[in-house]
Design a protein around this ligand. Structure first.
Ligand code: PRF
Ligand code: ZN
Length: 379
């Protein structure tokens, strides 16, 4: 079923341009464009990045977004996507799309039922309908969606499981990764493996080492950013990265606050996704050159300055904090739209600075600066 020639017969899709310490500036080639890494991917779970039109996504600087195979396959259903000729057409987005496999949704959604070596059963809380997701089905769904980057189906346990359970999930993740590889992707789609290993450094290393030997286009660090202390995230991510091949992209799943990004770029991560900037916006908070601002606070009622005086986005050039504060207090949708636009614009300028600092060798300075502005991780 696989259309993919073996890796030694495929040109490499990832090129490292420059390094500072363990950090890398790279270029990742996909069917919908070549992207500079380190890169941030906004989350568009239901085939939309909440409150953002696709043309505005382009305008703020997004080049690849994340979507979820499981969600889209359930609603509207694969046949609807197929009618459109794929997910790109469906959502009117001609940039890159990475689809997550459904592995994470097993535990993050309430409608998960049971997992076996064969696959995982989801039961919809809406109508009781069942979906039996196997590695093969996840691959077939992502092939139909036509995503640029396909993720293998993995087993992501909670961070606090014991050794036996973590080992079992890791073993299953490896078996599933091989089944995904065997099922294959469409020509041009990239296939990424996901390393697990729970909270155990030896399992983390073993997982990365095991997957490294297989013919994947990239490798993700899974099973982290699940509420554990940041020091632990860094230590376990580092254990994983230390065993991954140097010449392939590395993706940290489900983390992407400025602080998370700068610390993980420094240990050699290239790709990030997070709901952080978009969710924060919908809760009335802005990312700024001075850190996080809660525009809902009463001190902004008569504040005529823009969200961030150092930002030249469309929102900061036209609207006051006072106006957005007013919209928030009235529960107007426009508040979330304006804040989402600004926060994503902020994230993409932030990523430009990260890449520049790798090029200039000033990543360490930027890291210290970011740590001062954003004391905690949050996302
Ligand atoms: N696996 C998958 N998706 C994910 C994760 C994972 O471990 C995480 C963990 N933070 C986020 N999204 N498939
Ligand atoms: Zn702005």
């Amino acid at each position: 079923m696989s259309d993919r020639p073996p890796s030694n017969a495929r040109p490499s899709n990832f090129e490292i341009v420059c390094r500072t310490g363990c950090a890398r500036l790279g270029r990742l080639k996909t069917l919908h464009g070549t992207f500079e890494t380190p890169i941030f991917m906004p989350v568009g779970t239901n085939a939309n990045v909440k409150l953002m039109r696709s043309d505005d996504l382009k305008r703020v600087g997004a080049s690849i977004i994340l979507s979820n195979a499981y969600h889209v396959a359930v609603r509207p259903g694969l046949e609807v996507i197929e009618l459109h000729g794929g997910l790109h057409n469906f959502m009117a987005w001609d940039g890159g799309i990475l689809t997550d496999s459904g592995g994470f949704q097993m535990f993050s959604l309430k409608n998960f039922r049971k997992v076996s070596d064969e696959g995982v059963t989801f039961v919809s809380p809406y109508d009781g309908s069942k979906l039996f997701l196997t590695p093969e089905l996840s691959m077939d769904i992502q092939r139909t969606l036509g995503s640029d980057i396909v993720m293998v189906l993995d087993h992501c346990p909670p961070i606090d499981v014991g050794y036996t359970e973590a080992l079992d999930a890791t073993r299953r993740t490896h078996e599933w990764a091989e089944r995904c590889l065997k099922r294959g992707v469409k020509e041009g789609q990239l296939l990424f493996a996901i390393a697990q290993g729970g909270a155990f450094e030896d399992l983390r290393r073993a997982s990365a080492r095991y997957l490294s030997e297989k013919d994947f286009d990239g490798f993700a660090v899974g099973g982290l950013s699940l509420g554990e202390p940041f020091e632990m995230t860094l230590r376990l991510a580092h254990a994983t990265v230390s065993e991954l091949p140097d010449d392939r992209p590395r993706y940290f799943m489900g983390g992407g606050s400025p602080r998370t990004i700068i610390e993980l770029v420094a240990i050699g991560i290239d790709m990030f996704d997070s709901v952080y900037p978009t969710r924060l916006a919908r809760h009335g908070a802005a990312l700024t050159s001075e850190g996080r601002l809660n525009i809902k606070a009463s001190r902004y009622r008569k504040d005529l300055s823009p969200i961030d005086h150092r930002c030249d986005c469309l929102v900061c050039r036209n609207y006051t904090r006072s106006y957005i504060h007013h919209l928030l207090n009235r529960g107007e949708t426009l508040a979330g739209m304006l804040l989402t636009y600004h926060n994503l614009y902020y994230m993409f300028r932030f990523m430009e600075r990260v890449r520049e600092s790798i090029l200039n060798g000033t990543l360490e300075e930027m890291r210290r600066e970011v740590a001062e502005i954003y004391e905690e991780r949050r996302g």
